[in-house]
Design a protein around this ligand. Structure first.
Ligand code: IMP
Ligand code: MG
Length: 171
């Protein structure tokens, strides 16, 4: 496997700085629940929420739709659940990537079923061409339809620790 650098550390940091400011305007005076989607969004979440000038509650949920391949299985499985009651609260989902959009659709529906007052979505990477009419309120970068790793994103659980986003080139 070879990894080609695609979005470097400084570009990520700069973009997150701007995103943090934008999101801070939206949630000024509110105390939303930030819901980070494990595992892929852990690094993005840690960097992004440090830029917020409001005080969110922070929770995690783990869902899986990928087996051990680079294609979505089309089925979402909840692995660990929320620990905060989101009824009547504003919720901001933080996810690593919108690919087919199935995960985000599933989470929006799930949070609404729990009685969330509002649900917004922030993803680091948006494969815009892969999904239609998906609710994405904020995103870091629009990317081509290719498999990326690093900065939280994995291939077979590896490469999450890379500080940049890279394209995985299979030999
Ligand atoms: P979905 O197809 O939008 O539901 O995406 C499901 C999940 O697949 C995402 O949360 C990611 O964890 C993973 N995923 C999708 N595209 C990529 C990729 O290019 N690299 C690594 N993981 C990905
Ligand atoms: Mg993920």
């Amino acid at each position: 496997m070879e990894i080609v650098k695609y979005i470097d550390e400084s570009a990520i940091a700069e973009r997150i700085d701007k995103l943090g400011k934008e999101i801070s305007v939206e949630y000024k005076g509110k105390n939303p629940v930030v819901l980070s989607v494990l595992k892929g969004a852990f690094m993005f979440t840690a960097d992004l929420i440090r830029k917020f000038d409001f005080t969110p509650e922070v929770d995690f949920i783990q869902v899986a739709s990928y087996g051990n391949s680079t294609e979505s299985s089309g089925k979402i499985e909840k692995k660990t659940d929320l620990t905060i009651d989101v009824r009547d609260k504003d919720v901001l989902i933080i996810e690593d990537i919108a690919d087919t959009g199935l995960t985000i659709r599933y989470l929006i529906e799930y949070l609404k079923s729990l009685g969330a007052k509002t649900v917004k979505v922030c993803v680091l990477l948006n494969k815009t061409a892969k999904h239609k009419e998906l609710q994405v309120d904020y995103y870091g970068f629009e990317i081509e339809n290719q498999f990326v790793v690093g900065y939280g994103l994995d291939f077979n659980q590896k490469y999450r620790n890379l500080p940049y986003i890279g394209i995985l080139v299979k030999e």
